[in-house]
Design a protein around this ligand. Structure first.
Ligand SMILES: [Zn+2]
Length: 435
C-alpha cells in the first residue's frame, strides 16, 4: 500500500534523528543510574519517578504518580511510587505501552567503577542498573520523544511507565497497576518491556517458578547416643539422594517448545536455594557446639517449570518422593510448604507486537529477529495474568548475562539501535501498517 513507502521515508528520517541522540540517551541513562533505586529496601524511588515524570510532562505527556499504598513494602520511609505517562495521538486508536522497572539490585562486591556514578566511557555507560534496565528505559524514552519531535501524526496513544519492585516480584509495581486496569484493554493494547535480552531478540515470555520449603523432622537426642533420636539430617540426605537419582534425570528430559535461553534452561530445572539442619552455625563463637541429634532440617527448592507442565504435577512429583521415603524409612517425617509461585507465560510468535518488532529488527539490523524466552520471570507475568493482556513481550538493549553483575554496563550503540526498533515497532502497531 502507499502508506508503506511513506512510512519508509518517515522511518529513515526517524532513524537519523535517533543517531543524533547518541549522547542524550547516554546522559539520560547516567542520570537514572545516579539515583540509587536499590531494592530491597526500595531507595530513591520518588526522585527517580519524578525525574521521568518531569521530563515527560515537559514533552506534553499527562503524568500520573501512583503510590501503591498498602502494598507489600510500601511505607512513608520507602514509598512505592510508580509513574505512568501518556500522550494521545490525533484520533482514536490502539495504545502502545513501554514499561520499565526503575528498581535495581544491590551493587554487591567486585566493582572497579563507582556503581552509582553513571560513568560514560568507551561507548558504554557503567553502573548498577545500566543494563537491567535503566538503559532500556532511556532507549524507550528517546524512541518516543523522537516520534514526537518529528511531528509524526499517529492515532491512539503511547504510554511510558516506570514501575517499582520488579526485582522482588513486582507486587507494588506492575501487579498493583494491573489490578487497577493500567495493563488491560481498552486502556492499553500492546506492551513492550525493555528488559535486557539483546537488541536482535524478542523475548516471548518466561518459565514458571515454584519455590517451596521441605522440612524434615526428627527427634532430638544426645549426640553420643544418636540411636536414641532420629536425625533429620540423615532423612534429608535420603531425600537429596532420591532427588539426585530420580528427579534430576527426569527433569533433564523435559524440553519445552519455549525458546528459552541459554539452551540448558530450555528444560525443567531445580536448584537448592538453601539447606540447613541442626543448631545454627557457630563460626564466630568460641567453644563447642552442643552434642545434639538434629531434629529439624530445612531445604528451600527453586523449581523452574515449563509451559508444558502444570504446577500441581510439579508439586506432586516432590510429594511422591517424600511419600516414598515415608514408606521406606519408618521414622521419616516431613512438612512441605509453598513459598511462591508464578506460572509460565508466553506470547505466541505471530502476535502483533512480536511481528512489529520482528519487522523493525530486520529493517534496522538487516538480519531476522531471534525469538527467545527468559529462564527467570519478569513483570510480563502480571500483564498476562492480572491484566489479561496477551500482546506483551520483552524487548530491549543489553546483554542478559551482565544483569546483577559487578561492572554492569550498556553499550550506547545498542541503546540507539534498539530505540530505532522500538520507535518503528510502535509506529507500526499504532498505524497497523505492514511495510
Ligand atoms: Zn530487569
Amino acid at each position: 500500500m502507499a502508506a508503506a513507502t511513506q512510512s519508509h521515508d518517515i522511518k529513515d528520517d526517524l532513524f537519523a534523528r535517533l543517531e543524533d541522540r547518541y549522547d542524550e540517551v547516554a546522559e539520560l541513562t547516567a542520570s537514572l543510574i545516579r539515583l540509587p533505586t536499590v531494592n530491597p529496601p526500595g531507595d530513591a524511588y520518588e526522585p527517580c519517578a519524578r525525574l521521568l515524570g518531569d521530563r515527560l510532562a515537559a514533552r506534553g505527556f499527562t503524568v500520573e504518580y501512583l503510590r501503591a499504598e498498602g502494598a507489600v513494602g510500601d511505607s512513608d520511609r520507602y514509598p512505592r511510587l510508580n509513574v505512568v505517562a501518556r500522550i494521545d495521538g490525533s484520533g482514536p486508536g490502539p495504545c502502545v505501552h513501554f514499561n520499565s522497572h526503575i528498581d535495581v539490585v544491590a551493587p554487591g562486591e567486585g566493582w572497579t567503577v563507582d556503581p552509582f556514578a553513571g560513568e560514560i566511557r568507551d561507548g558504554r555507560v557503567y553502573g548498577r542498573g545500566a543494563c537491567d534496565m535503566k538503559g532500556g528505559l532511556a532507549a524507550s524514552i528517546i524512541a518516543v520523544e523522537s516520534i514526537l519531535d518529528h511531528g509524526i501524526d499517529f492515532p491512539g496513544a503511547i504510554e511510558i511507565s516506570g514501575t517499582v519492585d520488579e526485582e522482588t516480584g513486582g507486587y507494588a509495581g506492575v501487579a498493583w497497576l494491573a489490578e487497577r486496569g493500567h495493563f488491560s484493554p481498552p486502556r492499553v493494547d500492546h506492551v513492550i518491556i525493555p528488559e535486557p535480552l539483546y537488541k536482535d531478540a524478542v523475548c516471548l515470555g518466561h518459565r514458571g517458578v515454584w519455590w517451596s520449603e521441605v522440612e524434615v523432622r526428627g527427634r532430638i537426642a544426645h549426640g553420643s547416643m544418636p540411636f536414641l533420636g532420629v536425625s533429620a539430617i540423615r532423612g534429608m540426605g535420603a531425600l537429596l539422594a532420591k532427588i539426585e537419582d530420580e528427579l534430576y534425570p527426569r527433569l533433564a528430559q523435559r524440553r519445552t517448545r519455549m525458546p528459552v535461553i541459554p539452551d540448558p534452561a530450555r528444560q525443567s530445572t531445580l536448584n537448592f536455594n538453601s539447606l540447613h539442619g541442626g543448631l545454627p552455625e557457630q563460626n564466630d563463637v568460641d567453644g563447642f557446639p552442643s552434642a545434639l541429634v538434629a531434629d529439624r532440617c530445612r531445604l528451600v527448592l527453586d523449581r523452574r517449570y515449563l509451559l508444558e507442565e502444570a504446577e500441581d504435577d510439579v508439586k506432586q512429583e516432590v510429594v511422591d518422593l517424600l511419600e516414598a521415603l515415608k514408606a521406606e524409612r519408618p521414622d521419616f517425617d516431613y512438612q512441605l510448604r509453598d513459598l511462591w509461585s508464578v506460572p509460565p507465560t508466553m506470547t505466541e510468535p505471530d502476535a502483533p507486537v512480536v511481528r512489529a518488532l520482528d519487522r523493525a529488527i530486520e529493517a534496522v539490523l538487516g538480519a531476522p529477529a531471534r525469538h527467545v524466552a527468559s529462564p527467570g520471570t519478569y513483570d510480563q507475568k502480571h500483564v498476562a495474568r492480572i491484566g489479561h493482556l496477551k500482546d506483551c513481550v520483552a524487548y530491549g538493549p543489553g546483554i542478559l548475562e551482565l544483569a546483577h553483575q559487578p561492572d554492569e554496563y550498556i553499550e550506547i550503540d545498542d541503546m540507539v539501535a534498539s530505540a530505532k526498533i522500538m520507535a518503528a515497532a510502535a509506529l507500526d502497531l499504532l498505524n497497523e501498517v505492514s511495510p
